[in-house]
Design a protein around this ligand. Structure first.
Ligand SMILES: NC(=O)c1ccc[n+]([C@@H]2O[C@H](COP(=O)([O-])OP(=O)(O)OC[C@H]3O[C@@H](n4cnc5c(N)ncnc54)[C@H](O)[C@@H]3O)[C@@H](O)[C@H]2O)c1
Length: 386
């Protein structure tokens, strides 16, 4: 049992995609959970309703903002362990509102760390950072191979990027998440707080309401189910390793279990070299599960987009024995069927889900005209040149 075993787990951003899946697993195993979220992401109230219906009283929901230091201190006090997910989650929206992005991701994380530091027995913390902390990886020699990009270097193709890669923050989102990532590691080092960082590639799965800004696997599926065209930014040969949410939840639980030995470290987490896919290859899988090829249009590259990113997950695997169980084809099919059964994809595509959000800021950003977004995508070239 963990050092704070009987106390509830705190999940910040707990109504979101990853938070809901983590909360569900904890609640299912009999733990109590405090869910802290400001419900700013459109649609996530559905997750909260579902968790409440499924688990009743063992779930305590606190509506609050990670930028509010007092509110976060109040929920940290009773917590036995923490999963920190609350965030401004997209590069695109960080370009629109860099200060908001900084305040939520960097300052918000610092608020949380300070609240943890103030405890006599600081609860252990897992923080979700991103592969974006490694920048656009423009120094890596990449070649097109059919419908995908691949590094020329054989070792990289076989293993992906390890934590030895230097951090190199690109885009406001990269900077704010990267700053938070470094603060978490430093609070572990300087204040001896039990804390670690997952630098995550693309995660996908049930309870994900992906949109054009973030959550591309779910976004593509939602649009395909709704019969709406998908916009691909760039040529679609970009490759990512993708990880199904159940496998990620396994990794989180192991991380907390083995916190004494893992604290102070960062781990690259994703599907790894066995679970890679390009955007064009995803279209092919969607065609197989949905029975028709989705309609596609192409637009300018987006800021700081990596042509190829695959996580080398061996450091975490060696420390814990973890490895992903679900492959890309099975995972995408599972998400497709969950969306078909549980989600009105057409109403998401038409923006009706925005009515569930009380955050005008998020609604404003999400409904920004595409012409303006495309203008901002020119930022990629500037960032590449920097
Ligand atoms: N999903 C991925 O592929 C992925 C990849 C890398 C990193 N991450 C990180 O994992 C975490 C969770 O991502 P997700 O996919 O579940 O995103 P999500 O948007 O579904 O969940 C984030 C949650 O945080 C809440 N939130 C946003 N701003 C808040 C604030 N100021 N105060 C309190 N709550 C706030 C939102 O309402 C939402 O419920 C994020 O930190 C994200 O950066 C996700």
């Amino acid at each position: 049992m963990s050092r704070n075993g009987k106390k509830p787990a705190l999940v910040t951003g707990g109504a979101g995609f990853i938070g809901t899946n983590v909360a569900h697993r904890l609640l299912e195993s009999g733990e109590r959970v405090i869910l802290f979220d400001n419900l700013s992401r459109p649609g996530v109230i559905k997750n909260l309703e579902w968790l409440r219906e499924t688990h009743g009283d063992r779930l305590q929901f606190v509506r609050g903002d990670i930028r509010d230091a007092k509110a976060i201190a109040d929920v940290v006090k009773p917590a036995g362990k923490i999963f920190h997910f609350a965030a401004q989650v997209a590069v695109t929206t960080s370009l629109d509102e860099p200060i908001n992005d900084f305040e939520v991701n960097a300052r918000g994380t610092l608020n949380l760390l300070e609240a943890v530091r103030a405890q006599d027995n600081p609860p252990p913390l897992v923080f979700t950072s991103t592969n974006k902390v490694y920048g656009d990886l423009a120094d890596i020699k990449i070649a097109a191979n059919g419908n995908r990009y691949e590094p020329e270097d054989k070792y990289l193709r076989e293993h992906g990027f390890s934590e030895k890669r230097s951090v190199d923050f690109h885009s406001p989102y990269g900077c704010s998440k990267g700053a938070a990532d470094q603060y978490v590691l430093d609070y572990a080092r300087t204040f001896d707080i039990p804390a670690l960082v997952f630098r995550m590639s693309c995660i996908y799965g049930v309870h994900q309401f992906g949109n054009e800004d973030q959550g591309w696997v779910a976004h593509f599926l939602i649009r395909a189910i709704a019969g709406s065209p998908i916009t691909i930014y760039g040529d679609g040969k970009q490759v990512r390793d993708i990880l199904f949410i159940d496998d990620l939840v396994d990794a989180f639980l192991l991380a907390h279990e083995k916190m004494d030995q893992l604290s102070g470290k960062a781990f690259n987490i994703g599907g790894g070299p066995r679970n890679t896919i390009s955007l064009l290859e995803l279209l092919r899988i969607i065609e197989e599960v949905d029975g028709k090829r989705p309609e596609v249009d192409f637009a300018e590259w987006r800021a700081a987009d990596q042509l190829y990113y695959v996580s080398d997950t061996r450091k975490f695997a060696e420390a814990t024995g973890w490895k992903p169980k679900l492959n890309v084809g099975s995972g995408v099919a599972r998400l497709y069927h969950w969306l078909l059964e549980n989600v009105d994809s057409e109403s998401i595509v038409k923006g009706r889900w925005l009515q569930n959000s009380e955050s005008s800021a998020v609604a404003r950003v999400t409904t920004m005209p595409r012409s303006k977004r495309l203008l901002q995508s020119n930022g990629r070239k500037k960032l590449m040149a920097a």
